[in-house]
Design a protein around this ligand. Structure first.
Ligand SMILES: C[S@@+](CC[C@H](N)C(=O)[O-])C[C@H]1O[C@@H](n2cnc3c(N)ncnc32)[C@H](O)[C@@H]1O
Ligand code: SF4
Length: 387
């Protein structure tokens, strides 16, 4: 067998992989959507991340474009479900969306079309997916699926070219499912999932890859295996447990942990044997500030997918020069949190975040105290604007 045949076979195997583990998903995205410019940019970004550069030449290679922060459900640990969004509820306009996609498409590998709302509520969601696909971007979405989806919508979802869909279904019975997915209807969800699987097969499409995502909590952890069996019976591609999180800046985190965290979490495992991330601080700099551009429905940018309120915004995609947005004082100050002696020019939400290890400089890097050049309020409504 020649080398080129071997490479060809491996490539086809990856594309046809029946399961779509998260890491092979990332590899698949790179294989399917690489261009010389995207690849060179990603290598540059990764180098700048490791060097803890604060002013970047590379551009983010994952785009989060949140179609809407409106939701039909009321999940009690989601700031949208709690009605504590601190941002006007709305839908991303076509102009904002196409501007962001056009700006990022030469550099980015993929766009995540969800963040703080139910993306399937956006009236142009299928056009949005298609627009990104036509620019050779990978596409993914997370949905509660608890909405009326006529057959035409299911077909439109498949025809849009969406590559990956994560379905948030935390239960196997209505009684337990709705304790977190308040207002959700499990029967409706399951009917939608069954039709999605059936239509995907009937249309001969490999996509979207369908993941059933289950968040084990105190009230539902005993249903993990039942849900996994249901997922297998329906024929989704993946079943995945993820750790429960609590809202950033919650005033009563301990109380929430006591109420919601599952008893089964021990040794990094949860009911069902799935690996589950620890809630400890990650021993790395924050990769969001290097790899991700997070755009809200109003076109303003957040530093990451964890914080939501407008008071924490870092910029606005209306800024015509992307480098000015990406290297403004907010982004530079956020990145400086991870550099010994980093210059924090403006107060940001990163100052009070402990998800990533602060001052995690490279081994051997100069040690020193962070210098706060100027303390500014990041109060609600303050436009972070340019550099
Ligand atoms: C805010 S939701 C928006 C998308 C969509 N409405 C949904 O629920 O799938 C984004 C992701 O956060 C997940 N999520 C919701 N509450 C969570 C929690 N307390 N801990 C961890 N993930 C959570 C959802 O399941 C979903 O995958
Ligand atoms: S369905 Fe998603 S966006 Fe809606 S309240 Fe629940 S987690 Fe939040």
């Amino acid at each position: 067998m020649t080398l080129s045949t071997m490479i060809g076979r491996t490539f086809r195997k990856v594309l046809r992989a029946p399961t779509y583990a998260r890491n092979s998903g990332a590899l698949r995205t790179i294989l399917m959507h690489s261009t010389p410019r995207r690849l060179a940019n990603m290598i540059l970004v990764e180098a700048e991340f490791r060097l803890r550069r604060t002013r970047l030449a590379g551009r983010p290679y994952v785009l989060v474009a949140d179609p809407t922060n409106v939701c039909n459900l009321r999940c009690p640990l989601c700031t949208t479900g709690l009605r504590q969004q601190e941002r006007r509820a709305g839908m991303m306009t076509w102009e904002t969306y196409t501007h962001v996609i056009d700006t990022m498409a030469p550099w980015a590998y993929k766009v995540n079309l969800f963040n703080w709302g139910e993306p399937l509520l956006h009236t142009h969601i299928f056009d949005m997916i298609r627009y990104a696909r036509d620019k050779n971007l990978g596409t993914s979405m997370s949905s509660n699926m608890s909405i009326d989806l006529p057959d035409e919508s299911i077909d439109a979802l498949i025809h849009s070219g969406l590559e990956f869909i994560c379905l948030s279904i935390d239960g196997a019975t209505q009684e337990n499912y709705e304790k977190y997915r308040r207002r959700g209807n499990l029967q409706l969800v399951l009917s939608n999932v069954r039709r999605l699987v059936a239509r995907r097969r009937a249309l001969g499409s490999r996509t979207p890859i369908i993941e059933w995502q289950f968040i084990p909590m105190k009230h539902n952890e005993h249903e993990v295996e039942q849900a996994r069996a249901l997922a297998t019976e329906i024929g989704v591609d993946l079943f995945r447990c993820i750790p429960v999180g609590i809202p950033f800046d919650s005033p009563n985190p301990e109380e929430l942990r006591k109420t919601w965290f599952p008893a089964s979490v021990s040794d990094g495992k949860v009911a069902g044997g799935d690996e589950i991330a620890s809630n400890d601080t990650a021993q790395t700099a924050c990769y969001f500030l290097y790899r991700y551009l997070v755009v809200n429905p109003d076109g303003r940018t957040s530093p990451c997918c964890v914080v939501s309120g407008a008071k924490n915004d870092f910029g606005d995609t209306a800024e015509p020069v992307f480098e000015k947005l990406w290297n403004n004082r907010h982004y530079r100050s956020g990145r400086s949190q991870f550099v010994h002696g980093g210059k924090v020019e403006v107060a940001t939400v990163c100052d009070r975040c402990d998800l990533f290890a602060k001052r995690s400089a490279l081994p051997g890097a100069r040690r020193g105290r962070t210098i706060y050049l100027k303390q500014e309020s990041d109060a609600a409504g303050t436009p972070p604007g340019g550099a």
